[in-house]
Design a protein around this ligand. Structure first.
Ligand code: ACO
Length: 432
């Protein structure tokens, strides 16, 4: 008869012959339980070595579920496809934060609260104007989001849920304003103040594109597409920028400083900068006839196929599916982006190629999003900024969850020291 199964892991330490039984909860063992595994009393105890946290759960979270093998993404249990089709970005922001879809009244109040925090202090506008004329808008965003903390010293009162709530409203509300101001600065145009009668996405488009007209009327197709893109980017559990948000937040820095650090993490081309890198790559390829040569150089390891591959998804990124469809809706409205033909052909060839199949490399969220942004008339260096606007509610929901989690402490990983042993200082005069 088979032994009774138990939710434990039995480990034999072959250095000592000792056996240890470690509890398994939710498919994990506690890394701290390894500490009890020692060769002798003076031994520090066993640690797990996991560079880039590839197999380490650093939190329990109830916000977002990704099943990377099946290509599933859900916010608070709701499939991303349903939210993209039927919800709005602010409703999704509320959902991520509060855990439930809002009632009609709650949504109206939330929309009002966000809308009425869209303005930024005039000093912030002047601050943005002090950046060089060609400053990357993501650099401006990192700097100005951090600078916001100096305008709201109350944000340091992390123990007060009301104070936290206010900062979260401010951040969700002001990100588009900062992004649009950065864009206008780049173009040498005067800033456009927020228009509180417009939707979240509509107001953002107005702050970007309004010229001399009395009121900017957003194109409803573009407005809707932007809203959907924000929904698709709103959260993605413990990714690099969210982990940064939680890490900086764990030191009890104020949420503006923590969000600035998350923006900085998002800036990198392996994360939020990938959408920009995809468009650059497609332009570089230039024509479908050059795809075969390009794929070959990727397979030789000379470059990466940007917008492909993901640490978690080993299947088609469900967001990429929605975005591909959205791209054609936008092109019907504003005209086809010629790079789409190269992108579609590239995807087709890559999905059939042994190199990509074997490594389970599929298009990720960034593969098609840049093409939509470009068709909307947005410059490439604004793409990661758009990602940051969408991701802000997710960062904040994760930050709030961390603040309320009794198990969390200041983030402080361990290391395996591989440097020099103790040695004595040699004065400069005695060195060759
Ligand atoms: N093109 C070519 N080969 C790739 C790619 C790619 N885009 N991505 C991974 N590979 C290969 C690697 O060379 C490696 O092959 P090997 O086993 O022969 O060495 C294998 O696939 C595994 O790759 P890793 O780098 O170990 O995968 P990791 O999980 O560390 O990286 C990442 C994930 C960073 C997203 C990677 O796939 C990548 O660089 N993609 C391109 C950039 C990109 O699109 N980033 C956006 C990610 S989504 C987001 O942040 C919103």
């Amino acid at each position: 008869m088979a032994d009774e199964t138990k939710d434990t892991l039995t480990v034999t330490d072959n250095r000592t012959g000792e056996r240890y039984e470690l509890p398994i909860t939710d498919g994990t063992i506690r890394a701290m339980d390894l500490r009890g595994i020692k060769v002798d009393e003076d031994d520090f105890g066993l640690m797990a070595y996991d560079p880039a946290y590839k197999n380490t759960a650093a939190t329990r979270s109830a916000i977002t579920l990704i099943d990377g093998e099946k290509g599933v993404l859900r916010y608070r249990g709701y499939p991303i496809e349903q939210l993209a089709e039927q919800s709005s970005f602010l409703e999704v922001a509320y959902l991520l934060w509060h855990g439930e879809l809002p009632s009609r009244d709650a949504l109206a109040t939330f929309q009002h609260d966000i809308t009425h925090h869209t303005m930024v202090h005039e000093n912030i506008r002047e601050f943005i104007e002090a950046f060089r004329y060609d400053a990357h808008p993501m650099g401006i965003l990192v700097g100005t989001v951090g600078a916001l903390s100096t305008f709201y010293p109350d944000a340091k009162e992390l123990d007060d849920p009301e104070v936290r709530r206010l900062q979260m409203h401010r951040l969700i509300a002001k990100m588009p304003t900062l992004a649009a101001y950065a864009y206008r600065h780049r173009r040498g145009l005067p800033v456009v103040r927020p228009d509180n009668e417009l939707s979240y996405a509509g107001n953002f488009l107005s702050m970007l594109f309004k010229m001399t007209e009395v009121r900017y009327q957003p194109n409803p197709v573009i407005e809707k597409a932007l809203d959907v893109l924000f929904i698709l980017h709103a959260d993605h559990e413990q990714n690099c920028s969210t982990t940064t948000m939680r890490g900086v937040g764990s030191s009890h820095a104020d949420p503006f400083s923590a969000t600035a650090s998350a923006c900085a993490a998002l800036y990198g081309p392996l994360h939020g900068g990938a959408n920009e890198a995809v468009v650059r790559m497609l332009r570089h390829i230039g024509s479908p006839k050059n795809i075969a040569g390009f794929i070959e150089s990727v397979k030789q390891g000379e470059q990466r196929l940007m917008g492909f591959g993901h640490r978690v998804y080993k299947n088609y990124d469900p967001r990429a599916k929605v975005i591909k469809k959205l791209a054609y809706q936008v092109f019907d409205e504003v005209g086809k982006n010629p790079l789409i033909d190269i992108a579609v052909e590239l995807e087709k060839i890559a999905l059939e190629d042994e190199y990509f199949v074997q490594r389970k490399l599929y298009p990720n969220v960034d593969f098609y999003s840049g093409l939509i942004y470009e068709s909307m008339g947005l410059p490439m260096d604004l793409f990661p900024v758009l990602f940051a606007i969408g991701r802000t509610p997710g960062w904040l929901a994760q930050w709030e969850e961390m603040i309320n989690d009794d198990e969390q402490k200041i983030a402080r990983p361990r290391q395996v020291y591989v440097g020099a042993g103790k040695r004595d200082y040699v004065p400069l005069s005695e060195r060759d």
